[in-house]
Design a binder for this molecule. Structure first.
Ligand SMILES: Cc1ncc(COP(=O)(O)O)c(C=O)c1O
Length: 388
C-alpha cells in the first residue's frame, strides 16, 4: 500500500462509527465514504452516484456479469447470450460459465488475434445475427497477462445501435493508461484497490444509473440496493487516496514504465535469445506500459518462476493449476500459441517502485535460470515439440 493510503487506512480504521448508522460517529464515517466516492468518481471520469463500492475486482466482475444478465433477462426473457472475449480474467469468465450452468445463459467467446486483441468484426457479425438474444457484452480494457489494450470504444460503437450494455474490466488499465468512464461509453466498469497502491479487498463497479443491474448480495440495501453489506470505511478511504495519487502520477509514470519495459524486453532478448515476446509490439502503443510477457522454449513457466524468485526476481506465469498440475494459460491458447510453448510463459509487471536495477538483476539471472529450467524440462519430458 502507498504510504499515504496506509496512513488514511489507519486513521479511518480508528473511527468507531458505522457508515450506515445515524448517530454522529456514523454520520462522520458516512461523510468519509461519500468524500471517497467523489474522489474515486473524479479519478475515473464518472459521477459519484455511479460508484458502487465492492470487495474488489472479483466481486465487481461477478456483480457485472450476473447483475447485468439478470437485469436484462428480467426485461426480456429472450436475452440469454453473454458475449465475452476469450482472454478475460477468470473473474469474468467463471461467473459467465456459472450462469450457463445455473441460469440458462449461452456464452459466446469472442476470438482474439495473435496479439490478444478482440476481433470486433466477429462481434459485429454476432450482433447482426443475434442482437435480440444478447444480454450483455464484456471486454476487458487491458489484458492482465500480455498487456493488450482492447478496442473498448469500438466494442461500444458496435453495441450501441442495439442498446446492448457493455462491461469492461479495467483492473489492469487504471493507473497505467488513461481511463475515463464517461468518455469510454461503457455501461459498467470494474476497478480494484490493490492494483493502484490501495488495499486488497476493496474496489468498485462503476455503473451508469440507467443500467439494469440486479443485486448479487442481498441484505441491508447499501450501495443503491445492489451491494448490501456494511461498508469498509478504512479500505474505501485508502482506496480513494491511492487511486487519486496513482492517476495524478500517470503522466510521469507511464512514459517512465514504458522506457523501462522497453529496456527489459531488449535485455531479456539478449540474455535469452530463444525467448519470444507475446502480445502487441511495445512500439505499437497497444500494450500496457508496465507489461512484458515472454515464452521460453523448452522451459516450464513454474520452474522459471521459482528459479527467478530465488535470484530475487518476482514474476508470474499467468497460468492456473488444476489438481496441482500447471495448465497453459487460456489467454495464450486463445492467441494461437501452441500448448507446449504456452507452458513456458512468464509475465513481468513493472510498477511505481520498479527500477533499472530490478531489470539488470533479471537480465543477470536469466541465462542460468533458463538453462536450468530447460534441463528440468528435458528430465521431466515436458519439452517443446512434445519430446518424450
Ligand atoms: C483483469 C483482472 N480482473 C480481475 C481481477 C481480480 O481482482 P481482485 O484481486 O481485486 O479480486 C484481477 C486481479 O489481478 C485482474 O487482473
Amino acid at each position: 500500500m502507498s504510504p499515504a493510503a496506509l496512513a488514511a487506512f489507519v486513521g479511518e480504521a480508528q473511527r468507531t462509527g458505522n457508515a450506515s448508522s445515524l448517530h454522529s460517529a456514523g454520520r462522520a464515517a458516512r461523510r468519509a465514504v461519500e468524500e471517497s466516492r467523489e474522489t474515486v468518481a473524479r479519478a475515473l471520469g464518472a459521477r459519484p452516484s455511479e460508484v458502487i463500492f465492492t470487495a474488489g475486482g472479483t466481486e465487481s466482475d461477478n456483480l457485472a456479469i450476473k447483475g447485468m444478465f439478470w437485469g436484462r433477462r428480467t426485461q426480456d426473457t429472450r436475452r440469454t447470450r453473454i458475449l465475452v472475449s476469450a482472454v478475460e480474467h477468470h473473474a469474468v469468465l467463471d461467473p459467465a460459465f456459472w450462469m450457463a450452468g445455473h441460469a440458462g445463459a449461452e456464452i459466446v467467446l469472442l476470438p482474439v488475434d495473435g496479439d490478444g486483441r478482440v476481433d470486433v468484426d466477429t462481434l459485429r457479425a454476432e450482433l447482426a445475427e443475434h442482437a435480440d438474444e444478447v444480454a450483455l457484452i464484456s471486454v476487458m480494457w487491458a489484458n492482465n497477462e500480455v498487456g493488450t489494450l482492447q478496442p473498448v470504444r469500438e466494442v461500444v460503437r458496435a453495441a450501441r445501435p442495439y442498446g446492448i450494455p457493455v462491461h469492461t474490466d479495467a483492473v489492469q488499465a487504471v493507473g497505467q493508461v488513461e481511463v475515463d468512464f464517461a468518455a469510454s461509453g461503457v455501461d459498467a466498469m470494474t476497478v480494484t484497490g490493490h492494483k493502484v497502491g490501495g488495499p486488497v479487498g476493496v474496489g468498485a463497479l462503476v455503473a451508469r444509473r440507467d443500467l439494469a443491474l440486479e443485486a448479487v448480495l442481498h441484505g441491508g440495501g447499501q450501495e443503491r440496493g445492489v451491494r448490501s453489506g456494511t461498508l469498509d470505511g478504512a479500505a474505501i478511504v485508502a482506496f480513494a487516496v491511492a487511486l487519486e495519487e496513482t492517476v495524478a502520477a500517470l503522466p510521469e509514470r507511464a512514459p517512465r514504465l514504458a522506457a523501462l519495459r522497453d529496456r527489459l524486453v531488449e535485455q531479456v532478448r539478449q540474455a535469452a535469445p530463444g525467448a519470444v515476446l507475446r502480445g502487441p509490439d511495445p512500439a505499437s502503443g497497444d500494450r500496457l506500459p508496465g507489461n512484458a510477457h515472454f515464452t521460453f522454449p523448452g522451459a516450464e513457466g513454474d520452474s522459471l518462476l521459482y528459479l527467478l524468485d530465488s535470484a530475487g526476481v518476482q514474476a508470474s506465469t499467468g497460468s492456473a493449476c488444476q489438481a496441482g498440475v500447471p495448465q497453459p494459460s487460456h489467454v495464450l491458447l486463445a492467441m494461437g500459441v501452441p500448448e507446449a510453448e504456452a507452458r513456458g510463459a512468464l509475465r513481468f509487471s513493472l510498477g511505481a517502485t520498479s527500477t533499472q536495477a530490478d531489470v539488470d538483476r533479471l537480465a543477470a539471472a536469466l541465462p542460468g535460470v533458463v538453462a536450468r529450467a530447460q534441463a528440468a524440462g528435458l528430465v521431466s519430458g515436458r519439452t517443446m515439440g512434445g519430446a518424450a
